[in-house]
Write a protein that binds this ligand. Structure first.
Ligand code: GAP
Length: 579
């Protein structure tokens, strides 16, 4: 998409940051058009995923202390495979090199030694200098940016690699705001950071990016969601088992649930997401939900479907990129934080009526366990307690055996203090499961641009046009005077001010010939242009011409009606043909 990236830079959508200092790969600045487009994408996401669904929104810090990531598993498991060229010292994603040189689609699910062997077997060369990579070690490289919190090295912190952790660590407080009622959802839009080995494809793989995430906390023993609101939404699914044959399943959210293709919670959000993708102008001919292969899933996910978009240019081979993940994270996150943190990451669910339950417990005789097992005595006592909860039959014989660190310890049952009693319970402690739609805003912006990008032939000759949806276009309407004289400039400025006051993003432009001005607006995706000409100021009541970007058609309308006409066009209540 060289043309798109060139247009993005020329017209102020996005460009590499700090170019005056040589630039650093993986960091992009959004220019005036891009910042506005991105903001519109985020706004529509908030509307659909937070406001319309009744979920909370929070805004947590991007730097978090090390223990958070010890608990979350990112310190140990958030790695990519790195191979370094011995000749030019450039680092590369080893799995991506394998994918480029073979038919293997998800090489990141392979062990590092297998990837190293494939580099050898396929004689893969360094993409930078061409030297052979055979024989080079393939290492795991942790993607988190490390930092020091405060002066010196007193506390190690990390830039968060996903916004999700900012939600999970606040769960004990957030559940209070939700009054302990499951399910409840918390959303956050913010920056995440990954020290990617080889950033590439402009916004697609960067080191700083924006995520919009929803963490929905559910009780796994409750009924699943009511998917009726999105049951008829059509989706293109690419289940894991179909991927070797390349077969898609064209279905609806409702049928995908009934046929057991997608977990009901994940399916519900695929429906919500599809509605949202439609509002921002994603082309469904170049879009699919692809299920992860088992070896491909993140360390926390038990199932995941990626939204994937083909962002190739017209006439080129498809170029599928992942733009979002819809994952079932189970109880992984809250269990881990419950184990590591001082607070409680469970929800107490009160029964309608107190219940009488039978409960097995132990009260081991430590004056026996201590001399008998020495330093292992406390662990043996814990193991007995766990066994009593799980398998009370184990305490029916004269002796009971438990295993601690691979070693067996046998205890006379009378020394375990095993007891079996009836208790009245008011409720139960639940570790909620997490359903997570995780959207990459930058990749979504890139997709919206790639799907809107077009080249066609109009009266003024060849043109490049971004057919952006009115919901996301950076400029809602451009206002021009034919020339800045004979009162036309003054009237155009007044009209622009009125439209701004009515809430439109308006650009006023009086430079260059009118054809060039239209072309500039076409290139930034402005859906409508208003021109004040001689006829405008002579007509009574005053008129203006209204031009539609996609067809380049123009109609003359009364200035007084302009606001309501634009509102109807935006809302889809009128088409330009009707006018
Ligand atoms: N909390 C789950 C999570 O972070 P992920 O699949 O690693 O899941 C979610 O990331 C989304 O974030 C991706 O689908 C992608 O759109 C975006 N993303 C991830 N890494 C990125 C990068 N280096 N550059 C741009 N976007 C990225």
């Amino acid at each position: 998409m060289t043309d798109l990236v060139e247009l993005a830079k020329r017209r102020g959508f996005f460009f590499q940051s700090s170019e005056a200092y040589g630039g650093v790969s993986g960091f992009y600045t959004y220019g005036p058009q891009g910042a506005s487009l991105k903001e519109h994408v985020e706004e529509t996401w908030r509307e659909r995923f937070a406001v319309a669904e009744g979920h909370m929104q929070i805004d947590a810090p991007t730097v978090m202390p090390e223990p958070v990531f010890e608990a979350s598993g990112h310190l140990d498991g958030f790695d990519d495979m790195l191979v370094e060229c011995a000749s030019c010292n450039e680092s590369h994603r080893a799995d991506h090199l394998i994918e480029g040189a073979t038919d293997i689609e998800e090489a990141e699910s392979l062990p590092t030694d297998e990837v190293a062997a494939l580099l050898d077997a396929h004689d893969i060369d360094c993409p930078t200098c061409g030297a052979p990579l055979a024989g080079q070690p393939v290492d795991e490289f942790n993607l988190m940016f490390e930092t020091n919190i405060g002066p010196g090295t007193s506390q190690t912190g990390y830039l968060r690699p996903e916004t999700a952790q900012g939600i999970f660590v606040e769960f004990p407080r957030l559940k209070e705001y939700a009054r302990g009622q499951l399910p409840f959802g918390v959303t956050q839009v913010g920056k995440s950071y990954r020290n990617e080995i080889s950033p590439r494809n402009a916004l697609v793989r960067t080191r700083e990016f924006t995520q919009a995430e929803l963490e929905l906390f559910v009780d796994p023993d409750d009924e699943g969601p009511d998917v009726s609101a999105v049951a008829d939404v059509e989706v293109t699914l690419y289940p894991a088992e179909n991927q070797p044959d390349g077969d898609y399943v064209e279905t609806t959210v409702g049928d995908a649930v009934t046929e057991g293709i997608v977990d009901p919670w994940v399916a519900y959000y695929l429906g919500v997401a599809t509605e949202w993708y439609e509002t921002i102008g994603v082309d469904f001919e170049r879009f699919r939900y692809r299920q992860h292969q088992p070896g491909e899933r993140a360390h926390y996910a038990s199932d995941c479907w990626d939204a994937e978009a083909d962002v190739s240019a017209a006439g080129e081979e498809p170029d599928w990129i992942e733009i979002a993940g819809y994952a079932y994270r189970g109880d992984y996150d809250l269990t881990k934080h419950d184990e590591h943190a001082d607070d409680t990451f469970t929800v107490f669910k009160q029964y309608d009526e107190p219940k009488t339950v039978e409960r097995a417990s132990v009260d081991p005789d430590m004056s026996y366990l201590g001399p008998e097992f020495g330093g292992a005595a406390a662990d043996v006592a814990d193991a007995l307690a766990t066994l009593a909860e799980r398998d009370r039959a184990a305490f029916e014989d004269e002796e009971v055996t438990v295993t601690v660190d691979g070693e067996e310890y046998t205890v006379p049952t009378e020394k375990t203090g095993f007891e079996f009693a009836e208790e009245t319970e008011a409720g139960r402690h639940v570790t909620p499961h997490v359903v997570e739609p995780s959207i990459g805003i930058d990749r979504t912006v890139y997709t919206v641009l790639a799907h809107a990008y077009d080249e066609d032939e109009v009266d003024e000759g060849e043109r490049t046009v971004l057919r952006l949806d009115t919901s996301v276009a950076p400029t809602g309407v451009a206002v021009f005077p034919l020339m800045d004289k004979d009162g036309m400039g003054e009237r155009a400025r007044d009209i622009a001010a009125d439209l701004r006051a009515a809430g439109y993003d308006v650009t006023y432009d009086d430079s260059g010939n009118i054809g060039r001005r239209y072309r500039r607006q076409d290139e930034i995706g402005t859906p409508f242009c208003v021109t004040v000409d001689y006829e405008s100021v002579e007509d009574d009541p005053e008129t203006v011409t209204l031009r539609e970007r996609d067809s380049t058609e123009q109609v003359r309308v009364a200035s007084d009606d302009l606001e309501s006409i634009l509102a109807d066009l935006r809302a889809g209540e009128t088409t330009f043909d009707d006018l």
